[in-house]
Structures are given as C-alpha cells and as structure tokens.
Design a protein around this ligand. Sequence first.
Ligand SMILES: [Zn+2]
Length: 482
Amino acid sequence: MTQYEPVIGLEIHAELQTNSKMFCSCSADYSNAPEPNTFICPVCTGLPGAMPVLNKKAIEQAILVGLSLNCSINEFNTFARKNYFYPDLPKGYQISQYDLPIASKGYLDILDDTDNPLRVVVRRVHIEEDTAKLSHEKNYALVDFNRAGVPLLEIVSEPDMRSVEAALSYATKIRAILRYLGVNSGDMEKGVLRFEANVSVRPIGSSELRTRTEIKNLNSFRALTRASAYEIERQIEVYENGGEVVQETLGWDEARGVTVSQRGKEDAHDYRYFPEPDLPPLQLDRAWIDSIKSQLPELPDAKTARFISDFKLTPSEAQLLTSEQALANYFESIVAKSKSPGKAIHSWIAGEFMRYINDSGLALDEINLPAEKFAQLIDMVTDKTISGNSGKIVLNEMLKNGGDPQEIVKAKNLAQVSDTGFIQEAIEKVLSDNPKEVEQFLAGKETIVQWLMGQVARATKGKADPNVTKELLVKALDGKRK
Ligand SMILES: [Zn+2]
C-alpha cells in the first residue's frame, strides 16, 4: 500500500483588540454590547454613501504581528473589495487587502511531530473586517451587526506542515504570540481566533502539490486537530479507491466528527476583487514602523532561550513557562523573591501548581497566590524546614484558602524533624513490622530500601528528614547482616 504524507497550510483569522471598529468609530467590544445591533452605524451596516475611515490602532497592531512573524512590512498598502453575497455581509463585499497586504514573506519556527525544528513560511498578513453574526433559529435566522466591521487579521502560511501535530504546534504558537503582543485575547470560545486548514495528501517522497480542500471555521484546537486528521484519512481513502480528490470548501461537523461539503471550487477571481475606491492607498512612514518595532515585547522564543541560559532549564521546561506570558512573569517574580534555584521553582509550578490549575479549571489570573508566599513555601522545602510532601499539602491549602505558609506549617504541625531519636524509633518499628521485606534486603534485593523509606515517611507523617532517614535506615539494615 502506498504511504502518504499530508500537506497542510493554515489561514488564521484573528480579531484585533482595538477600541473601535476597522472603518468607523463604533465600539469593537461587541461581546459586551448591551443588546444586538447597538454598536452600529451607517458605515458598518453598509448604508449607501457612508464612508470608511482607517483605524490607526489596527494598522499598528497588524504591523506588530507582521514584525513578530519576521515579515517585511510593506510601506505601500492598498485595500480591495472582496465581493460575495451573504446575509452577514451588509455591503455585499468585504473590505480586505489583496495584491498589496501589510506584511509578507515571513516565517515562524516551530517543532514538528518528531520535535525537530520546522520553519513555516508566512506568506502574508493582511487586514480585513469581520462579518455580522447570524443565529439560526428554527424557521428563521437573526442577524446582529455588532461584530460587523471589527478589525480582523488574516495570517496565511505556506503549505509547509506535514503532520497534524505540526499544524497544531504552529497554531498554538501564533496564538501565544498574539497574546504576548496584547492584540488578541486568544479566547477561542468567543470566536476571536479561527482557523482554516488547507489539506492535501501525496505519496511520501513526492514533491507535487495535489488538489487540496479547505476546511473553514475551525473554532478550537480540538476542531483543527480532528478535522485535519479526518480529512487526511478521507483523501487517502479516495486515492486508494482509485478516485480523485475534488477541490472544495468544507465545513466541520463537530457532533458527527466529519467534514461536509459546503461549496465547490473557489478561486480568487470568483470574488471579483477590485481596488476599494473609498479608501486611498495607505503609505506607511518608515520611522513609524521603526517606532512600533521598538515596542515589541520579548517574544516566546527569546524568552525560552533566556530561561534556558539563566535558570539552567531544559528547552521543554522553559517552553512550558513561556507558553503564557502571565505564567512566565509569575515564574520570574517567584524567582526574584526566592533563594531557591530556578529549576526547583519550575518543578513546583510544573507539578503541583499546574495540577491544581488543570483540576480546578481556573485560569492563571483567577489564582490568588502571591509570588512572595509561593517563594516562601519553596524556600521552606529547599532549606528542609518541611518535606516535599508537606510542601504540597501547604501549597494546596494556600491555593484553596490562602494564608501564610509558616502559619499553615505550624497549624498542621508539618515541620520536619531531623531529631535522630524520633526517626530511629520509627525505623525500628517499621523493620519489626515488616520482617519479610528485611529478609529480601538481606538476600540482596537492595531496591527494597526505597519501599522501607516510604514506610518510615508514612509512620512519621512525612516529617522525617529523608536524608537522615536514609542514613539511619541503611545503618539499621546493615546491622542485621550476618
Ligand atoms: Zn459603525
């Protein structure tokens, strides 16, 4: 059987976080509108004679994104009308950019499915406007123009990805960058970030680009992953049965887990693009672009590299922390207030802290644990005031109910004991309660020491210093030889 590889390109639609819409002064904060059709005016509802005016902030944000994706920023921009009819598009066309987009020819470095570096070429980044929102009721549909005209960025990649995992990794990284830049909340449930995947398959070793299909409106990473995987399998099956893949636009049926045909072959000329007569060409000033460049924050890749070298973290440890800017900032504020090494602080965040976040379903900004308190707790474990296990108990208590680590340790009587008499007593009891395990040790099974350590920890409720315990335990066991 022929072995196939997928060829995937992504188009990402990201709403920009501006105060007003792309071409009028209406509020762009449509998700907080009091009622449908309240944030509207003649421009965004497409009334005849209404004139669009460009939103400077949106242009600035688009330039930030272009620069972050290593694109060249095009100083000469034009806008175009993309004509199509749909009830959510009041003008009968969308104002977009066609032959002269704001940014082009960039790239983004990601890790592919085998954790190897992959450079995905970003073909273009252009500005357009969002459509209105339709809600389909039983016998009718309602239209809400609050979203119509909200600034939208389209980020188009070349078909450089060869696996669903690579596409996911690219999409995840774009989302992180947009959040770092503060231009998009990344809140996929609100629809502020949507993906479109172009998928084709070809025999491994071939370099041809075969007919592709486009899966529209993927509103979550899960939908992106499932829809692409489904489409790859479907196309392979078509070829294996001697058929041909048809170029078409597909939708994703989340409930049934299948792609469904929406429209047939669709090319640029179908949209009858022509220059937008109501907006003059936009000439960007080099000095302005340079001043925007100077506002660029430290982006995930640079931060990851710095964390690796400053805190002796592995790449994957550093990446976990830099995946969200807020998490990276939290880590750095704990580091600043703690005497413990960065590596230890990473372990506390990656382990118990992330587990709590995942289990509770809370977002990072809903966690009320000041970096200073977290630092104090980690230091208490580092200087052996309490054991690692007790540290976890204290952390969970602080996450749930707040409080001061020292007081919690006192209240719960968790302070670690290195008093040898107390530990010695516990060891003797464990050894006399477990004669079979002692026999096994004497017969040469040295790994049983770990198990016995666990028993001592349990008997002392985690308060025995593990190093002292180990030393005394080994001595006691050696004493039983002969
Ligand atoms: Zn408006």
